[in-house]
Design a protein around this ligand. Structure first.
Ligand code: ADP
Length: 456
C-alpha cells in the first residue's frame, strides 16, 4: 500500500510528546512490512533540509512544508506565554499545502494518515474543496487521535480563514458551542478514526474523558478503533543506548546498578544503592497528575526514597515543584527542561517510574521503563490500564503498582507498595526481569494499522 503520514511533529525532526514518537516509528515499521510511506510535516526552525526531502529508514521520503512566517519560530505550537495566536492559520495552511504537495510530486496514496487536530483539516478539505479534483478522488483518510484533550478550538470569527463554506459551521461539522473545533471536523470527515489504546478508545466516549466530544465519538463509534502504540526499540534499548553510563540487557540487569549510581551522581543525590529511586519524565500538565506527585512529596520525605523529575510545561507546576524540590535537596532532584539524553539516563537509572496520569491515551513512559527493567507506578487509565499489571508477590507476576483513584492517597499507597516490594531483592530482580522481557515493539501495532488501511 501507499501511505502518506501527515503530522505536526515527527521524531527525529521535531518533538514535544508521544505523537512525534508514533509519527516517526510507525512509518519505519510499515516500511519493514513492505509498504510504501512518505511523511509530510512543517519545516520548523530547527530543521535544515537542503534537498527536496530528507530520508528516514530505507527509503521513506520526508517532505517539509515551508513558510518562514509560520514555522520559523522557537516553538512548535507556542512559547512560554502560551499558544501562538495564529495556530489556525498555521495548520490550515499546512493541511492544504500537504494536499497540494501530493499533486505537485505526483504521489497518489491509498490513504493519508492524519494525526491530531493539526492535520484534521485534511479529511475535511478532501471531502469539500478537493472533492471534485480527480487527482484526489480515491484517497482515503484515517485520523489518529492521540489525546482528545487537544482539539484546536478557535473563535468563530476565524472561520473564513479556513476557506470552507459557512454551511460547515454547524453542529454536524466543525461547530462546537459556537466555536470552531478542528478535531471534531477530522472525526466526522475521516473515513476511519482510531486512538492509541483499546482502553482509551472506550474512555474517550465517556463524559468524564471525552472533553465534550464524547457524543460525536459515540455517533461515529462504528469507525472508531483502538490500537496500542508500539515503542521504537532502535531508540529505546539499554543494550544500544549511547546516552547511559553502562549498556545492559535483560541478561545483564545487574549493570542497571551502574546506571543507578551514575544517575545519583549526576543528580547530586546521596550515593545509596539500597534506596529506590523514583523517576518522572513528562509534560508538566494536569493530565499527568503532577499535582498528585506534588502532594505526595510532602509525605515521602519520611520514606527512604529518592525522586528525580524531568519535565517542562505549565508554569504553575514549575513553581510548585521548585518549592518542594528545594525543601528536600537530599531526596529530590528537579530538572525543568526538555532533555532527551537525560530522559534516557532516568529510565535506566531509576527503580520505579511514576505515571500518576489523570488520563493517558497510551503513554510511552511505561513501555520505555519496562525495556529498561524499571517497574512502573501507574494509575489505572487508558494505555496504562492496558499495559501495567499489578505486582503480585505470591504469584510472581506483574510489572508495576497500579492505583485506581486519582488522589494523592492512591498514589502514595501504590508507591508504598513499591517501596515494600523493593525490600525483597530476589522478587524485585524477578520483577525487573519480567519488565525487561515485555515486548511492545511496533511490529504488532503496525500490522493492526495495515488492517485499518485495508479496511478503507
Ligand atoms: P505525551 O505524548 O502525552 O506527552 P507519552 O508518555 O506518550 O506522553 O510520551 C512522552 C514522550 O516524551 C516520552 O518519550 C518521554 O520520554 C518524552 N518526554 C516528555 N517530557 C520530556 C522531557 N522534559 N525531556 C525529555 N523527554 C521528555
Amino acid at each position: 500500500m501507499k501511505i502518506v503520514m501527515c503530522a505536526s511533529e515527527v521524531v527525529p525532526f521535531a518533538k514535544t510528546g508521544g505523537l512525534a514518537d508514533v509519527a516517526g516509528a510507525l512509518p519505519l515499521a510499515l516500511e519493514k512490512l513492505n509498504h510504501e510511506v512518505i511523511i509530510i510535516m512543517p519545516k520548523y526552525k530547527s530543521i535544515s533540509c537542503p534537498g527536496e526531502y530528507a530520508t528516514l529508514g530505507e527509503n521513506i521520503k520526508v517532505y517539509f512544508i515551508e513558510n518562514d512566517a509560520y514555522f520559523n519560530r522557537p516553538g512548535l505550537y507556542g512559547e512560554k506565554a502560551g499558544d501562538y495566536p495564529d495556530n489556525l492559520d498555521r495548520f490550515s495552511f499546512f493541511s492544504r499545502k500537504a494536499l497540494d504537495l501530493l499533486k505537485k510530486i505526483n504521489y497518489k496514496p491509498d490513504c493519508i494518515h492524519c494525526h491530531d487536530w493539526q492535520t484534521s483539516l485534511i479529511p475535511v478539505y478532501l471531502k469539500t474543496i478537493y472533492k471534485n479534483k480527480p487527482f484526489y478522488k480515491k484517497i482515503k483518510t484515517i485520523l489518529t487521535v492521540h489525546n482528545i484533550g487537544y482539539q484546536g478550538i478557535f473563535n468563530k470569527e476565524e472561520f473564513p480563514k479556513l476557506g470552507l463554506d459557512w454551511s460547515l459551521f454547524n453542529m454536524e461539522a466543525l461547530e462546537f458551542y459556537n466555536k470552531i473545533n478542528i478535531l471534531k471536523g477530522g472525526i466526522i470527515f475521516s473515513d476511519v478514526i482510531n486512538t492509541v489504546s483499546p482502553a482509551y478508545s472506550q474512555e474517550m466516549m465517556t463524559k468524564e474523558q471525552g472533553f465534550g466530544l464524547e457524543g460525536v465519538l459515540q455517533k461515529n463509534k462504528d469507525k472508531l478503533f483502538g490500537i496500542l502504540n508500539g515503542l521504537d526499540y532502535d531508540l529505546w534499548d539499554p543494550a544500544k543506548d549511547n546516552f547511559i553510563a553502562k549498556k545492559y540487557s535483560s541478561d545483564s540487569l545487574r549493570d542497571k546498578m551502574i546506571n543507578k549510581a551514575a544517575l545519583q551522581k549526576e543528580c547530586k543525590l546521596p550515593l545509596k544503592e539500597n534506596i529506590p529511586i523514583f523517576g518522572f519524565v513528562g509534560r508538566l500538565a494536569e493530565q499527568k497528575g503532577i499535582d498528585l506527585i506534588e502532594q505526595v512529596v510532602e509525605k515521602i520525605y519520611q520514606l527512604s526514597i529518592q525522586l528525580v523529575i524531568l519535565g517542562t510545561g505549565d508554569l504553575k507546576y514549575h513553581v510548585l515543584l521548585e518549592q518542594i524540590a528545594s525543601k528536600y535537596p537530599e531526596q529530590i532532584r528537579l530538572y525543568l527542561k526538555f532533555d532527551d539524553p537525560l530522559a534516557h539516563r532516568i529510565y535506566s537509572g531509576c527503580d520505579v517510574f511514576l505515571m500518576p496520569s489523570r488520563y493517558e491515551p497510551c503513554g510511552l513512559g511505561q513501555m520505555i521503563s519496562f525495556k529498561y527493567g524499571t517497574a512502573v507506578v501507574a494509575r489505572k487509565t487508558g494505555g496504562l490500564a492496558d499495559t501495567v499489571v499489578n505486582f503480585n508477590p505470591l504469584k510472581d507476576e506483574g510489572n508495576g503498582f497500579v492505583f485506581q483513584n486519582p488522589t494523592h492517597e492512591g498514589l502514595l499507597e501504590a508507591m508504598l507498595r513499591a517501596v515494600l516490594a523493593y525490600q525483597d531483592k530476589k522478587k524485585w530482580q524477578a520483577l525487573m526481569l519480567r519488565c525487561s522481557q515485555l515486548d511492545f515493539s511496533w511490529q504488532e501495532s503496525a500490522k493492526r494499522y495495515i488492517e485499518l488501511y485495508q479496511k478503507l
